[in-house]
Write a protein that binds this ligand. Structure first.
Ligand SMILES: O=C(O)Cc1cc(O)ccc1O
Ligand SMILES: [Fe+2]
Length: 435
């Protein structure tokens, strides 16, 4: 995973390019230059003729634990560009009022990627908004997008003024083949590790497994023009400049992009009975101002052992007071072997009933409860949000969700017919796990 807080893609790459080594070398250099002080963020004349530029990720006045900023030392400052002008919006949308709300279970087949021979599509032009809620200007809410592209961004960069991006799947600006991934965008707050409570000091995603990549900068003039794309208040704008913006020679600070390998997740789960709520698999969370309520949680369903006794082991049937967008990176999802495919998605909104499909139900109800591997070779995930999301009209023109056929899998339930066709006996009632 890669998150880039403010300048999203562009700064992520920039900071990846300026190594930590460069950073400490720089600090040493500055220390020598400024004998009066040991470190100076913004020297009167920066070494090597670099320009010092601060990137803030929190209000200046945020408490120390949440205060985020980095100092970048660039060959030229970001401000040197021609004016930004609007460019086509593609299928990016933050208009939540175009079509009405829909309480149905929604599902999408794998999102289509254009063939390079048909149409060249890069990361930015390949962004499609699937759903979202809230207001981008008041910095409240979220949006879920997918990207489906086939071409690298050449002399083109992208930054997001509207919030943090969590990119599902590893991401580079260079793509070597048709590529697709999920993007969670939050308009306020930052992704952070969930609190561990009684779990203790270790477990789930461990901080040391989050990596800030190291690399190099480029000192490159681009006379033909380098295009900087800004997503600002939900709209795309482009500005030209004649040098590469990937020119950060050194940096230090605590506002950084990072990547995390989902294989490093330490899974916690029941070793006795019952199905633990999926919050146990939270990788990252964006807290809201209400205690315990997330703007968005990023949850995975990783490979693990299933050992619960006396238990229907797959996800239970449920209706939640949160919305759940699910995607599948690879393999099968344990509650839905059919129809929910890698590269596709589903949206179960607030109070929308859902759960395992009929086949999964039958199998798990009859299964011998031995220790078993669950989800090997797969990676399903969920973006869970306290916002009640809606789909924009643009996604319909790109790929309409499958409503009815998806819903049918629930209607075909044998349990459903069992309970409606049969007379409920006292014996049946007493077998219910109710106290
Ligand atoms: O498949 C889902 O809907 C996700 C999910 C998984 C789970 O184990 C419990 C609740 C839940 O919403
Ligand atoms: Fe669910």
């Amino acid at each position: 995973m890669l998150r880039n807080p403010v300048l999203s893609i562009e700064d992520a790459i920039n900071m990846c390019k300026a190594s930590e080594l460069a950073s400490s070398e720089y600090a040493e250099f500055v220390a020598k230059e400024n004998s009066a002080k040991s470190v100076n963020n913004n020297p009167q004349v920066a070494p090597y003729g670099l320009y010092a530029e601060q990137l803030s990720g929190s209000a200046f006045t945020c408490p120390r634990y949440s205060n985020k900023r980095s100092w970048l030392y660039r060959i030229l400052p970001s401000v040197i560009h021609k004016p930004f002008a609007p460019i086509p919006q593609g299928n990016l949308s933050y208009s939540w009022d175009e079509i009405g709300p829909d309480p149905n279970q929604l599902r999408w087949l794998p999102f289509k990627i254009s063939k390079t021979s048909e149409k060249k599509v890069d990361f930015v032009t390949g962004l499609h908004t699937l759903c979202g809620a809230g207001d981008i200007r008041s910095r409240c809410g979220l949006a879920i997008h997918i990207y489906a592209c086939n071409t690298s961004m050449e002399n083109k960069s992208f930054y997001n003024s509207d919030g943090d991006l969590l990119l599902g799947m590893q991401f580079t600006l260079q793509v070597f083949e048709e590529s697709r991934g999920y993007v969670l965008e939050v308009f306020a707050g930052h992704f952070e590790l969930p609190d561990l409570g009684p779990i203790g000091a270790n477990g789930l995603a461990n901080p040391r497994d989050f990596k800030v990549p190291v690399a190099c900068y480029e000192d490159r003039q681009v006379p033909s023009g380098f295009t900087v794309i800004s997503k600002f208040q939900g709209k795309l704008f482009a500005a030209q400049q004649n040098f590469s913006p990937f020119n950060v020679v050194a940096w230090h600070g605590n506002y950084t992009p990072y990547k995390y390998n989902l294989q490093d997740f330490m899974v916690i789960n029941t070793v006795s009975f019952d199905h633990a709520d999926p919050s146990i698999f939270t990788v990252l969370t964006v807290k809201s101002t209400r205690p315990g309520v997330a703007v968005a949680d990023f949850v995975i369903f990783p490979p693990r052992w299933g050992v619960a006794d006396h238990t229907f082991r797959p996800p239970y049937y449920h209706r939640n007071c949160m919305s759940e967008f699910m995607g599948l990176i690879k393999g099968h999802y344990e509650a839905k072997e059919e129809g929910f495919l890698p590269g596709g998605g589903s949206l179960h909104s607030i109070m929308t009933p859902h759960g395992p499909d009929a086949e999964c139900f039958e199998k798990a109800s009859k299964a011998k409860l031995e220790p078993e591997r669950v989800a090997d070779g797969t990676m399903a995930f969920m973006f869970e949000s306290s916002f009640n999301m809606i789909i924009p009209v643009t996604i319909g023109s790109y790929q309409r969700p499958l409503e009815r056929s998806y819903n049918n899998i629930f209607i075909l339930f044998s349990i459903y017919t069992r309970w409606t066709d049969q007379h409920v006996t006292t014996e049946m009632q007493s077998s219910l796990p109710l106290k």
